[in-house]
Design a protein around this ligand. Sequence first.
Ligand code: HEM
Ligand code: HEM
Ligand SMILES: *[C@@H]1O[C@H](CO)[C@@H](O)[C@H](O)[C@H]1NC(C)=O
Length: 428
Amino acid sequence: MRWKLATAFASLIGLSTAQLARYVAPSDSSVSFSLNIPSSTASSGSGAIFFQVRGPASGKQWIALGIGSRMAGAHIFVVYADGSGNVTVSARAGQGHFEPEFTSDATITVLDGSGIVGGSLIANVRCDNCLSLAELSVTNTRSSWIWADKDGSALDSSDVEANIQQHDRTGVFTFDLTAAAGGDSVNPFVESVQSSTSAAATGTGTRTSSGGSAPTSTGGNGNGDGNQNVGSGSSDGSTSEASSMSKMLKIHGILMGLAFAVFFPLGSVIIRLMPGPHKVDAHMAVQFIGFGLSIAGLAYGVMLAQDLRYLKETHAIIGMVVMGGLFFQPIVGLIHHWLFKAKGRRTILAYIHTYWGRGLIILGIINGGLGLQLADNTTGGTIAYSVVAGVLGLAWLAASALYYIRGGSKAVLNAKLEKPLSADGLRE
Ligand code: HEM
Ligand code: HEM
Ligand SMILES: *[C@@H]1O[C@H](CO)[C@@H](O)[C@H](O)[C@H]1NC(C)=O
């Protein structure tokens, strides 16, 4: 007991004990990830780092930690039971929203204290080249990491290339790398295993949140295992459940795809090709549906981008510019239509509405492609989007071309001068 108090005290004032930055999964406080950057690495900016992946041994197929802000490009370490009381740590390269592939790029060593220990699945890992591999700067106070886990029976495989099933939960969080720096242990987790146990015994555990939409700050779980960095992702709002996240992604993509690749081009074809007196009404109706879909899609886009890093992505920036510009489109369209009815001729608003509208729709269609790229959508999804956008885009181009070949507005106006006005007023 005296020894424990001594180590707790030492770590509180940051003496010889290694500093651990720790992140607890907001949806499951038994899953946690810790990081230590030994003093020598911290001062030279290169060298080994240590991390720990920890969770319940039963009911988990695998638990993973990754360096990066999303799957694509992340350096991922998947931990699962090896079937003989220890763990397998499988280094994988994330490429998109699908199973990451094994890679031998990372030089990792599984350390003492790893295994199925007291009902916990623990992997204590030293990575000799993670800093350079992931281009991590030891002074970064907001380094992005991802985590994920999968419920189910233990994988029990010592094969580092074992097939794993898609995660049930994922999240993005930040580690303050400066808060993880300190100590010169060859295994900083051996002590923390003990102090964590003591904390559990004294009942100062972490707060649990089951909803998991907002990351829970789990401050004050002071179990003396070093400098706690728990919940540093809280200001990010970036940890979300995988299921709701991928559902939101799908809904956003579908709503935006329908609006920009289907309804807006269709409405544009209608105003040029539809015979009869109702083409303006039909155009208005179709564009308003597209407008509504895109507003709803925008809401989902903003929710997806609540992880503020995303708002700086080209896709989100172009998307917000397009949606901002779109705001004026129905207003200008309506005013143009009223003026046309009143004056019997086009005003400058017709050209503004037409060219502004065309520009926005084309930008939006391109932006959908950027979104698919950003989300690493499957080739199938990308092909489907391209085909739909391509077909309607071509139909639109053909419709506009035909309209101008036929003489455009002049022909329409000439026709109007020859014929008496139809019941609902002028036709455009
Ligand atoms: C967000 C909603 C809307 C979008 C995206 C949109 C888009 C467009 C586009 C792209 C064109 C040109 C078609 C081409 O390429 O040849 C056009 C034409 C037109 N739009 Fe809209 N529109 C919208 C709403 C409206 C509304 C509410 C009205 C009201 C009546 C309207 C009335 C017209 C008219 C009259 C034209 C023909 C202009 C002319 O050539 O004289 N639009 N619209
Ligand atoms: C012209 C408007 C937009 C279109 C056509 C569009 C379309 C798309 C599409 C097709 C996807 C891929 C969905 C999937 O793979 O299932 C996507 C993803 C995404 N979009 Fe948009 N979007 C637009 C505007 C926005 C805006 C305004 C924001 C943010 C404010 C936004 C944020 C996102 C985010 C964060 C993703 C997911 C990226 C990832 O998972 O890595 N989008 N978008
Ligand atoms: C698991 O393997 C590591 C590395 O070989 C070893 O240090 C550790 O003691 C093992 N754990 C158990 C519980 O056997």
